[in-house]
Design a protein around this ligand. Structure first.
Ligand SMILES: *[C@@H]1O[C@H](CO)[C@@H](O)[C@H](O)[C@H]1NC(C)=O
Ligand SMILES: *[C@@H]1O[C@H](CO)[C@@H](O)[C@H](O)[C@H]1NC(C)=O
Length: 389
């Protein structure tokens, strides 16, 4: 240990040496040379490290930290248990009896009733396409909307304001609203599950009973009509069944993969079935529809969704919300949040690095979309430019 006096003495001495070297200069210059003298005592390399390398490293981690942890994901997270993929047979000219048989099921005398239940946020176009796709097969449409997003932002009751657009389901619609709790700083998943519990009640109000089919999915996860027709006509289908959907981003121009699994169909059991959006069983029916994520008409809707999103921590920088950046990202098929692909192996991540390639196929898309291309042009290949508004 250096005694206090000794320390003072050393300090003083250094000062003296410096005064000797740089004695006859002006006051301003003296300050600078003093600094130089002080620095002279430190190793130059350490200085470079401290003042250049270290800030660069910190800045890089700040910009790309999420990417680094995502890239290392295969080290700390193993892939989910694979699903049991049930082969799916379909052709429009094959009879329902044959289709059921192909799946190892028997045909019923009458179809089951089908309930389609969604939590609605702001996806008006997706809802229109969804309900038209499912219209011939659904007995009761159930829709719940809140005046709060999952992240606690106040939102208008958009469905209520546009209800007249959905006259074609009015006689079969059970519509409910729920007030947001607007708790600041809470995990968005809490508000989300609060809304799902309310949706459970609304489904019961809609009159569901045992062995009716219940579709649990987000608005933009659209089961194909023939899939629901098959499941309502065939006996012996699993009690719970996930639907494998084709993942699209921004429009049907950017086909990502066919790994969307969250949507599910349930043979309802009173008192047992709970509305959920996580993995509920191992069985999944392949190629059962479409998931069109961030498929919005207006840039403003992108901004809204980016803020309302459950993973709002992904909006790390304000410029992510800049409209011209968003437009550019959409047309390139890049990631709105500048994130790495959500994969669990290094080969999986590397295979998907970079923007999604353009697809020019508009084969096997929802029928209503192709019957109304003038209204939904932005969803089709080659139309990535969004309207202002
Ligand atoms: C479907 O069946 C009808 C009548 O059985 C036949 O005329 C038609 O060519 C078939 N279409 C296809 C695509 O096989
Ligand atoms: C949200 O809706 C609830 C119930 O309708 C209402 O009491 C509340 O004032 C609304 N909150 C806002 C911020 O609009």
């Amino acid at each position: 240990m250096i005694p206090e006096g000794g320390y003072y003495y050393n300090y003083k001495k250094t000062d003296d040496i410096c005064d000797d070297v740089c004695g006859q200069v002006t006051r301003a210059a003296r300050a600078i040379s003093r600094l130089r003298c002080a620095l002279r005592e430190l190793d130059f390399k350490i200085l470079i490290l401290l003042f250049m390398v270290l800030p660069t490293v910190i800045y890089t981690i700040y910009l790309h930290g999420q990417k680094i942890t995502y890239f290392l994901r295969p080290l700390w997270e193993s892939p989910r248990k694979p699903f049991n993929e049930i082969p799916h047979y379909y052709h429009e000219n094959v009879s329902m009896e044959t289709l059921c048989k192909l799946h190892g099921w028997r045909i019923r005398e009458t179809p089951r009733r089908v309930f389609d239940a969604v939590l609605f946020s702001n996806e008006l176009d997706m809802l229109t396409i969804r309900w038209n796709e499912l219209n011939p097969y659904v007995s009761e449409f159930v829709l719940l909307e809140s005046n709060s997003t999952f992240t606690g932002i106040k939102k208008p009751l958009l469905f209520a304001e546009n209800r007249e657009r959905f006259k074609f389901v009015e006689s079969r619609l059970t519509y409910g609203t729920i007030g947001g709790r607007f708790v600041k700083g809470e995990n968005p998943f809490v508000e989300e599950s609060y809304q799902r519990v309310a949706l459970d009640q609304l489904i019961r109000i809609a009159g569901i009973s045992d062995d009716d089919l219940l579709i649990m999915s987000d608005v933009d996860e659209i089961p194909s009509g023939h899939t629901i027709d098959l499941l309502r006509w065939c006996d012996d289908i699993p009690e719970k069944l996930h639907l494998q959907l084709r993942n699209y981003l921004y429009s049907f121009e950017f086909f990502l993969d066919n790994k969307c699994w969250r949507a599910s169909v349930h043979r309802y059991r009173v008192g047992k079935t709970r509305y959920a959006h996580y993995r509920q069983t191992d069985d999944i029916l392949t190629d059962s529809g479409w998931h069109c994520s961030f498929c919005f008409r207006y840039i403003s809707e992108f901004v809204f969704k980016m803020n309302a999103y459950s993973h709002v921590d992904r909006v790390r920088f304000a410029y992510y919300l800049d409209p011209s950046r968003i437009q550019d990202v959409i047309c390139r098929g890049a990631d709105l949040f500048d994130m790495l692909p959500e994969e669990y192996t290094f080969t999986g991540i590397i295979a998907k690095l970079g923007p999604i390639p353009h697809s020019y196929s508009a084969v096997h898309l929802p029928g209503y979309l192709l019957q109304n291309i003038d209204k939904y042009k932005y969803l089709l290949p080659g139309n990535c430019k969004r309207e202002p508004g």
